[in-house]
Design a protein around this ligand. Structure first.
Ligand code: KIV
Ligand code: ZN
Length: 515
């Protein structure tokens, strides 16, 4: 409890144990160590570093983490078997603060089909092994696996037996993500009622899986009803649909401290970094609309929302993205974005345009937004660079037609405007860009030689702007130019014309014949 009257909720991170059990997420010992160091910076209270009996590599990973990570408690999972507990002891021998976590299934379905054991046998096994664990560990956590589907009276007996045997934390797992929030909260309240030391003298933990998408909701209901520890993983990775997501729980507790009357000691600004590291090392991509850490979590596309955000951030943003380590909202612009949002975004990017330039840039932005779904900052920079270039548009692209067939030389028709007149030429070439450049040469009568050509994507996605950089030798000068378009042939033509116009601005060209 703090002076503000808010209860401290312990964050038990199991990214490296339950999270790693996720298909395809296997981590090497050095990757686990890297994540553990980041979890330490994130300031989690407990790191469940692994399940040592699983492999010698797992023992080494837990040992490496125990040697390098000193502030949080390092925990290792073990079945209720002395030989497993001994391996966990070996794995944790270097840890400054250590916890043994023992589990045993208690629900009827697990007892009958998986363990083939009766209630009395389960109770006996739990007591024996918790007592064995306590011979070596001051801190022992006991999980009656599948608690949420265990008969309530039997769960009360199991929990009491575990505490009497020496468990210092009792963890209530919803192993298969079956519980409803109200029901799970009620279960926690029921257990506290039957064993009033839970959540105060004995830590009361919850461990929720996300099979029905309710892991975070269930964990928060448990907190409201007396749990003082939550088990979770970064990005919510874990078995099947995953575990409760650390960042969602922590930010819900922080954002709704008025309602939950609780707090955690998590260093919020490390959240984004932790999410990216876990995603990068596990190869598990975070879905774009994932709360808190998804790419779109702080993106505002609708014009009304963008306008509201600019007037008062809290209109549509309940979390300041800088608090979780982001630089600011990644405002994705789109066809619904208005002029105000467009101008403000440009200001943030360091561009203050004159009204006529702004008009031009905004028109170009709207054209682009019609072609591609999202307009990113890189696109906006490209638009502004195109708009505010000081080169007079002597030659302008009027239209372009490209016919290209496999095995045949591409044919193009290029039409250019100059001083109110339109000039058109057809041409063939080794490729469509070559054909276009030849057609332009025919129209303008200006001999050039292309000395450099490079193309790149400005932002992401199939509809991204293509940016073409060229160098053109014209009249014994080399002129560089760049242009962008979602159509790379068009970008190539525009870059060519930009270079030509630059050269023409200082030297008059030969006349060409209008169509
Ligand atoms: O989901 C579960 O029940 C577990 C236990 C080992 C805590 O992961
Ligand atoms: Zn689990």
């Amino acid at each position: 409890m703090t002076s503000s009257g808010r209860r401290k909720i312990y964050i038990f991170d199991t990214t490296l144990r339950d999270g790693e059990q996720c298909p395809g997420a296997t981590l090497t010992p050095s990757e686990k160590l890297e994540i553990a160091k980041q979890l330490e910076r994130l300031n989690v209270d407990i790191i469940e570093a692994g399940f040592p009996v699983a492999s010698p590599g797992e023992v080494k990973a837990v040992q490496d983490i125990s040697k390098a990570v000193k502030r949080p408690v390092i925990c290792a999972l073990s079945r209720m078997m002395p030989k497993d507990i001994d391996i966990a002891r070996e794995a944790l021998k270097f840890a400054v603060k250590k916890r043994l976590h023992v589990f045993l299934a208690t629900s009827r379905i697990h007892r009958e089909y998986k363990l083939k054991k009766g209630k009395r046998e389960i109770l006996k096994l739990a007591v024996q092994n918790i007592k064995y664990g306590r011979r070596f560990f001051k801190d022992v956590e006991f999980s009656p696996e599948d608690s949420a589907r265990t008969e309530r009276e039997f769960l009360v007996d199991v929990v009491k037996a575990g505490i009497d045997a020496g468990a210092t934390t009792v963890n209530i797992p919803d192993t298969v993500g079956y519980a409803m929030p109200d029901e799970f909260g009620d279960l926690i309240a029921f257990l506290v009622n039957r064993n009033p030391g839970l959540g105060t003298k004995i830590n009361l933990s919850v461990h929720c899986h996300n099979d029905l998408g309710l892991a975070v909701a269930n964990s928060l209901e448990a907190v409201r009803n007396g749990a003082n520890q939550v088990e979770c993983t970064v990005n919510g990775i874990g078995e099947r649909a995953g575990n409760a997501s650390l960042e969602e729980i922590v930010m819900a507790i922080d954002t709704r401290r008025d309602f939950l009357k609780a707090h955690t000691d998590i260093c919020l600004r490390e959240i984004t970094k932790s999410s990216r590291l876990v995603s990068h090392l596990t190869g598990l991509v975070v879905q774009p609309n994932k709360a808190i850490v998804g790419h779109n979590a702080f993106a505002h596309e609708s014009g009304i929302h963008q306008d509201g955000i600019l007037k008062k951030r809290q209109t549509y943003e309940i979390i300041d993205p800088r608090r979780i380590g982001l630089s600011g909202s990644d405002m994705v612009m789109g066809k619904h974005s208005g002029r105000h949002a467009f101008r403000e975004r440009l200001k943030k990017l360091g561009y203050v345009l004159k009204p006529t330039e702004l008009d031009q840039a905004f028109k170009r932005f709207k054209e682009l937004a019609d072609q591609k779904k999202y307009v990113f900052d890189g696109d906006l920079e490209a638009i502004v660079d195109d708009t505010i270039s000081k080169v007079p548009e002597i030659w302008q692209l009027a239209h372009l037609k490209v016919t290209s067939e496999t095995g045949a030389r591409p044919k193009v028709v290029v039409a250019l405007h100059r001083q109110g007149k339109t000039y058109e030429q057809m041409s063939e070439g080794d490729g469509p860009v070559d054909a276009c450049y030849k057609a332009i040469e025919k129209i303008t009568g200006i001999k050039t030689s292309l000395t450099q050509y490079a193309i790149r994507s400005v932002t992401v996605g199939k509809d991204a702007l293509g940016e073409v950089h060229i160098k053109l030798a014209i009249h014994n000068r080399e002129v560089s130019a760049r242009a962008t378009s979602t159509d790379v042939i068009e970008a190539s033509v525009k870059a060519y014309l930009f270079a030509l116009n630059k050269a023409c601005a200082t030297q008059e060209t030969k006349s060409a014949s209008p169509i």
